[in-house]
Design a protein around this ligand. Structure first.
Ligand code: NAP
Length: 461
């Protein structure tokens, strides 16, 4: 008997055709896990942008090139003959769910979380109030954010949030142009940062130092800035007893506390910029008439819940921090996809171990899967998506998949459909040409690459 006839999907034509929607880390780890399985697979990896790698290109900070080197593994996946890259194809407009159902046995959504979580306080829409996700996308050359108005005539910037994104944006604002000029930061951002008037960046957390979400390596970098002194208040970084008990044994938090205690001992050495960390302050209003003038915070105290969770409770005391710009860095948020169930509060597609459900407690939608941030929310580092994708692929491989008509079951059939619709697909070969052109453009100036930012510049290659 043919080995494939033992497969749960029965008599449908092999190989199993799988569409992966979103070519970021979760998409690549999904493809990799499928390739490593013993199933005969044919994978089409879609992205709405011409360029693959998602948050590795548009989220990871430009001065963190080591983290970006993970793309070498993704490149290997792209070069596997069982994988095709279909860039510049938008789910929802160029292809819809009905199309995918006709051409693939399974669809895995790995679209990430591309919006930002709002604070829900007055003044959030004032000029000078931006989300960190927009600012990050702008300096990383995301085509949709190239024209973002970033008021870098600001002297003081308040960054709300104590995660790694808050640290990234703080560091980029604090670094000198000379340090950034050897990275792959977008040219428009480098030019704007050259004129930056920023002198002080204040990162503000609503809970205490032991509850901060950042990792120690990233925190340490704030104390090593050539251009900025670090300021923390000894009384604010001394953790309370309840927090210490709650985090006992947590290596990251213990190290974070040590680093912050060391920061508190540092005497400012007169560098042109200052980075400050403040704790136990919840933003209640962004103040200003047309432009941000200050942020009003309520001072908090920490309370331990019955489940051990430490939350911040307002004390009724307030403090204003003057600011010309505010970066809200309180987390990414997934957005709904056409024809796919969605849980708006959590910003995820409801799922059971990666199998899409009709709703949070609903039934399984056969043939639809999910991995990465749109499956579990915006948490963890890039590598976290590997285990997440492997879990989804294990579910997929164990399921009976819907069959597809033989005439739709070939790569050529979807190519024809896209060509009929006038979609300019960027395939692996075209992406590698664009990649090589960007890398070559950086060679003369010691940069890893010079990113093409506008879609037409990308498609020109
Ligand atoms: P995050 O780690 O979840 O941090 C969000 C921060 O916002 C927390 O400090 C949170 O405080 C705070 N916050 C949430 N709601 C708030 C509110 N209403 N008012 C005030 N503060 C509020 O999110 P992220 O920084 O966006 O990072 C997303 C993920 O990407 C994380 O897993 C992160 O580690 C990862 N990442 C990694 C790197 C790296 O490895 N170098 C770089 C960037 C991002 P509470 O804790 O009190 O909720």
């Amino acid at each position: 008997m043919d080995e494939r006839s033992n497969a749960p999907f029965g008599s449908q034509p092999a190989p199993t055709r799988i569409a992966v929607i979103g070519a970021g880390p979760a998409g690549f780890y999904t493809a990799e896990a499928l390739l490593k399985s013993d199933r005969d697979v044919s994978i089409d990896l879609f992205d709405r942008l011409p360029t693959p790698y998602g948050l590795v290109r548009f989220g990871v900070a430009p001065d963190h090139q080591k983290i970006k080197s993970v793309t070498r593994l993704y490149e290997r996946t792209l070069q596997d003959p069982r994988v095709r890259y279909l860039g510049n194809v938008a789910y929802g407009s160029d292809v819809n769910l009905a199309d995918l159902r006709r051409h693939y046995n399974a669809v895995v959504f790995t679209v990430g979380a591309n919006a930002d979580r709002p604070l829900g306080i007055p003044g959030e829409d004032l000029y000078g109030s931006l989300s960190a996700t927009e600012f990050v996308a702008w300096y990383n050359g995301h085509p949709e954010f190239a024209d973002l108005d970033v008021p870098l005539d600001s002297r003081t910037v308040v960054v709300i949030g104590m995660g790694n994104v808050a640290i990234d944006v703080t560091r980029i604002l604090a670094k000198s142009v000379a340090e950034l000029a050897v990275t792959d930061i977008a040219d428009h951002a480098l030019e704007a940062l050259e004129r930056s008037q920023v002198e002080r960046v204040v990162m503000v957390g609503r809970r205490g130092p032991a509850e901060a979400k950042f990792t120690t390596k990233e925190l340490r970098e704030l104390g090593e800035l050539v251009n900025a002194d670090i300021h923390v208040r000894a009384d604010e970084v001394a953790p309370d007893a309840a927090s210490l008990a709650a985090v006992a044994g947590d290596v990251n938090v213990t190290k974070n506390l040590e680093v912050m205690a060391w920061f508190a001992e540092q005497v400012p050495s007169g560098k042109p910029r200052a980075v400050e960390l403040r704790f136990l302050l919840s933003p209640v209003e962004i103040l200003g008439d047309e432009r941000v003038r200050a942020v009003r915070f309520e001072r908090n105290r920490l309370v331990v819940g019955e489940d051990g969770w430490i939350s911040a409770v307002g004390t009724g005391e307030y403090e204003e921090i003057p600011a010309d710009m505010v970066l809200r860095s309180v987390g990414y948020l997934g957005t709904a996809l056409p024809d796919v169930p969605f849980e708006p509060r959590r910003g995820v597609i409801p799922n059971d171990e990666g199998r899409v459900l009709t709703g949070p407690d609903g039934s399984v939608v056969p043939g639809l899967y999910v991995a990465g941030w749109i499956k579990r929310g915006p948490s963890g580092v890039i590598g976290t998506n590997k285990a997440c994708a492997m879990g989804t692929v294990a579910s997929l491989l164990g399921d009976s998949l819907p069959s597809i008509e033989p005439r739709h079951a070939t790569p050529e059939a979807i190519d024809e459909l896209l060509a009929e619709r006038g979609v300019k697909v960027v395939d692996t070969h075209s992406w590698l040409r664009l990649d090589a052109a960007e890398v070559a453009a950086g060679e003369g100036s010691g940069r890893p690459r010079v990113k093409r930012v506008r879609l037409d510049q990308m498609l020109d290659v």
